[in-house]
Design a protein around this ligand. Structure first.
Ligand code: URA
Ligand code: SF4
Length: 239
């Protein structure tokens, strides 16, 4: 391995000294029936209407009051997103975990520490030229993957966030984010390393940080993806 690369991986928290491990993802856990208040087959009108034409504040208010999918039942609060609303970079994760649900901010747990290190490795920091959001705004119980219906219900909010931010580049962290943005079946291994597009905005797919915490060998691929993002943003900014 080349020493520069090793040093950079280490600085990102991706090197061999990175000790944190996320708890293994639990197998898919069915909803306890007591918290299910809307079967998945119920039509979910309303989020599109609430999001359409909304300004930033009314969008945030609509999200915090939203009860358009069953994820509303188990949340403490909806997690709208964090950062610079004029950012060139938009990172989209999957959904809040329990710490995010408690604190009302995306990526503040272990995966968030890794995301912050990844941002730092390409000269970015939370809040400055970066916005961070999720495919679903409310925490899925037991950290399970959001269901397609839940992501569909929540998608108008993400779409309106993108309309208002108008980022130069979108980074989809993990498969659910990539699928909801690209409206297609995505395999990260096949989709990473090339440019996709969301309504004319270049989009790059990479591994979710929580996945990287459990899959050490893929961390060097995440590093390649970060280099790719930085290069593409350089081009987009005309440097
Ligand atoms: N994982 C995500 O996808 N989003 C968060 O906000 C936290 C962890
Ligand atoms: Fe509404 Fe999205 Fe929360 Fe579902 S996840 S209740 S659609 S804000």
């Amino acid at each position: 391995m080349n020493p520069d690369r090793d040093r950079l991986l280490h600085e990102m928290g991706l090197g061999p000294l990175w000790k944190l491990r996320a708890a293994p993802m639990p197998a898919e856990v069915p909803y306890p029936s007591s918290i299910v208040d809307a079967p998945a087959t119920t039509p979910l009108p309303g989020t599109a209407a609430a999001a359409q034409g909304a300004d930033w504040e009314s969008l945030a208010a609509a999200v915090s009051d939203c009860r358009k999918c069953r994820l509303c039942s188990a949340r403490k609060q909806a997690v709208f997103g964090v950062g610079d609303v004029n950012a060139d970079w938009l990172f989209v994760g999957e959904g809040p975990g329990s710490e995010e649900d408690q604190r009302g901010e995306p990526f503040v747990g272990q995966a968030g520490k890794l995301l912050d290190n990844m941002l730092a490795a390409i000269g970015l920091r939370r809040g400055s030229d970066v916005y961070i959001a999720n495919a679903v705004k409310c925490r899925p119980p037991e950290n399970r993957t959001p269901e397609v219906e839940e992501m569909e219900a929540c998608r108008p909010f993400l779409e309106r966030q993108i309309d208002l931010i108008r980022p130069k580049l979108i980074v989809a962290l993990g498969r659910p984010a990539a699928q909801t943005l690209l409206k297609a079946e995505v395999k990260i291994a096949a989709a990473r390393g090339r440019l996709h597009e969301y309504l004319g905005i270049p989009l790059i797919v990479t591994y979710h940080p929580a996945y990287l915490l459990r899959n050490l060998p893929d961390k060097s691929k995440a590093w390649e993806d970060l280099c790719f993002m930085r290069r593409e943003m350089g081009k987009l900014k005309g440097r």
